[in-house]
Design a protein around this ligand. Structure first.
Ligand code: ADP
Ligand code: MG
Length: 365
């Protein structure tokens, strides 16, 4: 090692010591700049403390590099950069805000450093080393943060796609599949009564035709997501209409409705209808029940519905052998309404499905 090298190394150590002593001032200046610009990071205490820890790590890289005599960036700090990238994506902070914050930090470091280096024999050499370290340390963090920012957004997109696929599956099952099965069952009954009871038979054919027409309309609405705009007017009437078209032969069906439907928004009534109809449909189709009780009670703060049968019961913990999505669809709809669905069923002892849906509206208008 030459005398010159020893001198340069000593200068770099001295510069590192001076910068270290000023690191709090650099961070304070950085924070002041962010606040003065009303930067979005400054208005969020968690984001601000993350940014300051991050800035402290970059200063640490500068000190290590000066003391080691070569640029050294601590790659383990990438973890914090990735956390920051994901949390900024989650809170909707655009990357250009991060770049603006980085340039405030550059400014804070360089203005302090240029003042400190004035007393050194080779300020330019030191400045170059510091600038190179800053560049490498910051770009490593930008790369890491951008990576996790993008991954976060992609995951969000995938989640949104998955939610949309689930919505389509629910709607196909509850709005389309249901209509087709009503039409099919009524055509079977049309055949069955054709010779013995022509009047009943014609009525069943008319019901089948109506169900097909409604299903075609529903199909258009589901594919264009219009059904949310064409919401249900009256839950009790819709349920009565469903029971008229369903095959309830041999089952004592009772529908009881209490309270004022105006306490619930039409979209909530629409969803409640689909859930109650599916639970009733399951009782009629799977339970072999002799009694089906449907009870709907609406209070200003809650819609409570119960569908109860005295049929064969089933084990709700087992995934359905039929591969059906009726139960999961009811559960998802309750969840989307921030409500609860409770299934109480025991083999041989019947089934009770209950929905508890909170309502936000006040008294009826
Ligand atoms: N009330 C009920 N009584 C007896 N079994 C039921 C009842 N409700 C649901 N099940 C059982 O749960 C299964 C899953 O129901 P569901 O998810 O609605 O699908 P699917 O009706 O298309 O079969 C049914 O196939 C049936 O075995
Ligand atoms: Mg079902």
């Amino acid at each position: 090692m030459t005398e010159g090298d020893v001198g340069l190394s000593a200068e770099m150590h001295r510069a590192a010591d001076l910068i270290e002593a000023q690191s709090c001032e650099i961070l304070a200046r950085y924070e002041t700049e962010l606040r003065a610009a009303h930067h979005v990071i400054a208005s969020d205490p968690v984001a601000l403390s993350q940014a300051l820890v991050h800035a402290g790590q970059i200063i640490a890289d500068v000190l290590t590099s000066l003391r080691a005599g070569q640029v050294q960036v601590d790659r383990s700090h990438g973890t914090l950069a990735r956390t920051i990238g994901a949390s900024r994506a989650a809170s909707g902070v655009h990357p250009h805000e991060s770049i603006m914050a980085a340039s405030f930090f550059y400014g804070a470091v360089l203005s302090t450093v240029s003042r400190l280096l004035a007393v050194f024999a080779d300020p330019l050499g030191l400045f170059a080393r510091i600038a190179m370290t800053l560049e490498q340390s910051i770009s490593m963090r930008v790369r890491e943060a951008m990576g996790s920012y993008t991954v976060f957004l992609l995951e969000r997109m995938q989640d949104a796609q998955l939610d949309e696929r689930r919505r389509i599956a629910r709607d196909l099952h509850d709005r389309i599949g249901h209509g087709i099965s009503v039409a099919y069952r009524n055509l079977e009954l049309f055949e069955l009564y054709r010779d013995s009871d022509p009047e009943k038979s014609i009525a069943r054919a008319a019901t089948a035709e109506k169900a097909i027409r409604e299903t075609m309309q529903n199909l258009r609405a589901v594919t264009s997501d219009l059904h949310s705009k064409e919401t249900l007017k009256n839950l009790e009437k819709a349920l009565l209409h469903y029971l008229e078209t369903a095959d309830c032969d041999g089952v004592d069906v009772r529908l009881q409705s209490n309270g004022d439907e105006r306490w619930a928004r039409p979209e909530v009534l629409d969803e409640a209808f689909l859930m109650i109809r599916e639970a009733s449909h399951n009782s009629l189709r799977h339970a072999g029940a002799s009694v089906l009780l449907i009870n709907v009670t609406i209070t200003p703060h809650e819609l409570r519905a119960s569908v109860e049968d005295d049929g064969c019961g089933f084990d709700p913990r087992q995934p359905p052998e039929s591969g059906g999505v009726g139960l999961s669809s009811m559960r998802e709809r309750s969840g989307l309404l921030k409500g609860l669905m409770l299934v109480n069923s025991r083999i041989g002892l019947g089934t009770q499905v209950e929905f508890l849906i909170p309502l936000e509206t006040g008294a009826p208008a």
